[in-house]
Design a protein around this ligand. Structure first.
Ligand code: NAG
Ligand code: NAG
Ligand code: NAG
Ligand code: NAG
Ligand code: NAG
Ligand code: NAG
Ligand code: NAG
Ligand code: NAG
Ligand code: NAG
Ligand code: NAG
Length: 360
């Protein structure tokens, strides 16, 4: 028992040390880190806009990625209007750049006539970035000198760190005026303590409006192999992602925390090119059956479900894989040997009592 407390104690010690740093999320990472992940930015447009325009502004890889992050139907029209003031979750790739987690070389903004660096940060990208960071990553000598047509990398803040030992997707959330750390924690299913620690905030009252707050969203566990093309896929609670060339749709719900994947069946995709994977399972009667993705069947010791296990892409042919996972929680497993050990002293004392009775 005592041994188990050591890592916990050590972790809180590390947090205390981190707490001495200046306030604000640090987003620091060790340089040379090869890890990349998906992150989210909570973009709150000032004026009415469309999903298509948001995709272009942030160079989101596909409209489906934008729809999935916001749990919108795959048949949503790109010209669908988004009202000003409404937050939209924008997915983007995150990587470690020069010791800081940053959007991976995107989005790229092309300077228009009359643009200033400060307005690009506050008006165009709605405070998701500070102009000093734009100047730093683009090696601008003078923050007042940007040229029409110049291409600027907009370094959005992000992180690939797991939080509390759980799969996590980080959201760069813009604090609304009048909001509180407790209310934000409640809204995103995290705790006030987690937000304060992650963002190096000593006093919750010092929360500043229109500043980025790093909000960790819990993601689902998955059976995807780390060596698969989509080995780093993380889907946060209440959203979905398309993968394997849009053949597979994976959703995450907080009722199970296990990624649920199925054939996406999009009209836009050639589904005959999506070869559906199956799993074989042994039923309680000893029969071997074939399970479709997401399907489950009662098996010897519980229930077996066919989970998506990632895809491989060799000579442009998608090899979509699945793995059967047996859940043993339905029927209790046979008594483990440890309980037999526990019975021995009892049997011994019974035997002794009997012996005692016999001698009397
Ligand atoms: C929103 O509309 C106002 C008024 O037309 C304009 O001044 C402002 O620049 C617009 N904001 C953006 C981000 O385009
Ligand atoms: C990398 O970080 C170091 C230390 O923070 C800084 O001096 C340097 O200018 C940065 N380089 C780039 C290209 O941003
Ligand atoms: C999961 O998502 C739901 C709906 O978006 C939200 O109400 C809930 O707080 C979230 N829970 C966690 C633990 O993230
Ligand atoms: C998710 O994975 C973590 C770590 O691998 C494990 O501790 C946890 O029990 C898993 N949760 C579920 C619901 O499978
Ligand atoms: C996401 O969308 C699906 C399908 O429309 C729905 O069943 C689910 O409840 C939605 N989840 C959330 C968190 O809104
Ligand atoms: C599969 O590989 C080919 C060639 O390398 C590439 O063009 C294609 O985009 C890949 N498909 C997927 C879904 O990763
Ligand atoms: C795919 O969509 C078609 C048409 O909507 C439907 O008939 C079919 O059952 C769907 N297949 C799956 C696997 O959902
Ligand atoms: C769809 O995919 C199948 C199998 O890969 C291929 O034979 C067929 O030509 C494709 N159809 C279209 C319209 O691309
Ligand atoms: C698909 O990939 C898996 C994992 O690498 C491999 O075991 C399997 O043999 C592959 N199947 C095909 C048809 O290439
Ligand atoms: C185990 O399977 C049962 C029946 O399918 C299901 O109700 C339960 O949620 C499953 N538990 C886990 C941890 O997957």
């Amino acid at each position: 028992m005592a041994a188990r407390h050591v890592p916990l104690f050590f972790a809180s010690f590390l947090l205390l040390v981190a707490g001495c740093a200046a306030e604000g999320p640090s987003y620091s990472c060790s340089s040379g880190e090869k890890v990349k992940c998906q992150a989210l930015a909570g973009y709150v447009p000032e004026n009415e806009t469309t999903y298509e325009a948001i995709k272009d502004l942030f160079q989101v890889q596909s409209l489906f990625a934008l729809y999935g992050a916001n749990n919108l139907s795959t048949s949503t029209a790109p010209s669908t209007k988004v009202r000003g003031g409404n937050a939209v979750r924008v997915p983007f790739p995150c990587a470690c750049y020069n010791g800081t987690w940053t959007s991976d070389r995107q989005p790229i903004y092309k300077v228009k006539k009359g643009d200033g660096l400060y307005d690009i940060a506050t008006t165009t990208y709605r405070n998701l970035v500070v102009y000093e960071r734009i100047a730093a990553v683009n090696n601008l000598a003078d923050v007042n000198v940007i040229l029409e047509g110049q291409e600027l990398w907009i370094p959005l803040p992000c992180s690939c760190d797991a939080v509390g030992g759980l799969e996590t997707v980080h959201l760069a959330h813009i604090v609304e005026p009048g909001s509180s750390v407790a209310a934000i924690a409640d809204q995103f299913g995290t705790t006030e303590k987690t937000l304060l620690e992650l963002n190096n905030i000593a006093d919750p009252k010092s929360l500043q409006a229109n500043k980025v707050l790093d909000v960790p969203l819990r993601a689902c566990n998955s059976s995807i192999r780390s060596d698969a093309v989509d080995g780093s896929l993380r889907v946060p609670n209440g959203s979905y992602a398309l993968t394997a060339g849009n053949c597979i749709k994976c959703s995450c719900s907080s009722s199970s925390w296990q990624l649920a994947c199925e054939i996406a069946n999009l009209t836009a995709t050639n589904t005959s090119a999506c070869r559906a994977p199956t799993c074989s399972a042994t039923t309680s009667s000893g029969r071997t059956i074939s399970l479709k993705l997401g399907e489950d069947a009662p098996s010897v010791c519980g229930s077996t479900r066919c989970h998506y296990a990632g895809y491989y892409n060799t000579s442009n042919i998608l090899n979509i894989t699945a793995v059967p996972v047996t859940n043993q929680s339905t029927s209790p497993p046979p008594a483990p040997s440890s309980s037999a050990v526990d019975l021995r002293p009892l049997l011994a004392s019974l035997y002794a009592a009997l012996l005692l009775l016999a001698t009397l």
